[in-house]
Design a protein around this ligand. Structure first.
Ligand code: ADP
Ligand code: MG
Length: 239
């Protein structure tokens, strides 16, 4: 599903190059839900943006559904992203002058899907995420948690191979955060959606089966089925 091989990334600031990621290898299978942890500035967003094709890596390869995305042209990548990759942002990134339903339909507009089909799919997904009565409202008329639900529905509308989320609960209170995480877990379990979720909050990671952690530009992979990884994480795989 997702295979990352020898991925490295450096940012150039003037003449100085800073290496943020160094030789990262891992894979995510279809239907997995993975939490990507790490302290602020550890490179979580950089790694997520590389995997989602939003930037090109300095070195290494990213395969999604068997295709090396770093080799694609800008046009190829734009089309591939629209059909194979979903993305959920911390700040929702909804378009304010479109209704909730129109926001969710938008990725299908780019695919040339016809009005009625688009509309029905958007309404069905919005119902799935608990927003049945809100489809004709504008984003500003919703709470933060509801706006994130819209953004989750939008990320799923193209039936992507994998959905990346960058601190999706970072702007929400604790109760709403738990509700959004419940929803992501439910979508993973019942629809088999593959998620990679960046978080610096252990509360989120505690509830996912698999945690990968960034430290010093490298990944520490702590796989666990028992839900006890919070206690064991510190001892795992340091290099
Ligand atoms: P995280 O999401 O884990 O907080 P980031 O991936 O945003 O970390 O950033 C990792 C490091 O890369 C930080 O030191 C940050 O300052 C640097 N960085 C991120 N984006 C850029 C950029 N566009 N140009 C230069 N440095 C960057
Ligand atoms: Mg970040």
């Amino acid at each position: 599903m997702l295979v990352v091989q020898q991925l490295s990334h450096s940012f150039l600031n003037g003449t100085e190059s800073t290496r943020v990621l160094a030789g990262i290898d891992f894979r995510v299978e279809r239907g997995e839900m993975v939490a990507l942890l790490g302290s602020s500035g550890s490179g979580k967003s950089t790694l997520l943006n590389l995997m989602a094709g939003l930037m090109k890596p300095t070195e290494g390869s990213i395969l999604i559904a068997g295709r090396p995305i770093e080799k694609m042209s800008e046009n190829e990548l734009a089309v591939f992203r629209r059909t194979h990759i979903g993305f959920i942002f911390q700040s929702y990134e909804l378009i304010p002058h479109l209704t909730v339903r129109e926001n969710v339909e938008l990725p299908l507009v780019f695919q040339g899907v016809k009005g009625k089909v688009r509309r029905d799919q958007a309404v069905a997904l919005l119902t799935r995420v608990g927003l049945a009565g809100k489809t004709e409202l504008f984003p500003s008329q919703l709470s933060g948690g509801q706006q994130q639900r819209v953004s989750i529905a939008r990320s799923l509308i193209t039936e992507p191979a994998v959905v990346f989320a960058d601190e999706p609960t970072g702007n929400l209170d604790t109760k709403t955060e738990a509700e959004i995480i419940d929803l992501l877990i439910e979508l993973n379990q019942n629809l088999g959606i593959t998620f990679v979720i960046v978080t610096h909050e252990h509360e989120v990671a505690r509830r996912t089966k698999r945690i990968i952690q960034l430290r010093d530009g490298r990944l520490v992979d702590a796989e666990d089925e028992t839900g006890e990884h919070a206690d064991r994480r510190e001892g795992v795989g340091s290099r």
